[in-house]
Design a protein around this ligand. Sequence first.
Ligand code: MN
Length: 240
Amino acid sequence: MATLFISDLHIDATSPEITQQFLTLLEEEARGAEALYILGDLFESWVGDDAPDAAQTAAIAGIRSLTAAGVPCFVMHGNRDFLLGSRFCALSGAHILSDPVIVTLYGEPVLAMHGDALCTDDRAYQRLRATVRDPGWQGQFLALSVAGRRALAGAARAGSQAHTAAMENNITDVNAASVALVLRAAAVATLLHGHTHRPAIHALSVDGRACTRIVLGDWHTQGSLLRWDRNGPELVSLPR
Ligand code: MN
């Protein structure tokens, strides 16, 4: 049996093919898995547990079927869906993971993150991240009407797209020193994250120690899946 990892599906009602492929994964391969981990950005936007769209509601029902069948599902906040909360957990049967978290896979400790916290060259984004992850800010935001929250989130996304387009490509990738820092602090040899949409398995050295950084892919034009069993990790793309 394998443990499955995915991230960056960015599900909403505008991309039904992504929702359908996710539901198929839940109904088929995930049913035989030890656990499913979703390392952030399951949803394209999440303004609160009281405002899912039809595609997101279908995705939650799919996760509920999986967890009801006895397969645990763990969900990490991404930069798009960091407001996933207790009602989402109650409806889906999933558990929220903190970021970062150490997951022990077949004896190997693995540091799992969404990945946005590693993009430290993008200082403007890190300031925004600190603001919107603050519980006080989140409480004020969630007190607004759904329409008000949607309007603010739409404006933030438009600003984010303009900002990303204006940045050099390498700036929005992870910062090598930040990667070394988290591996050193966690005292593990393997880092697993998504967010950058650059699926790969990288070998690196931290303080002379051989380490591995595994990057999950996004689901924009195909699915992307990491299977991890007692033989180790296997990163695959899932044709649509
Ligand atoms: Mn992300």
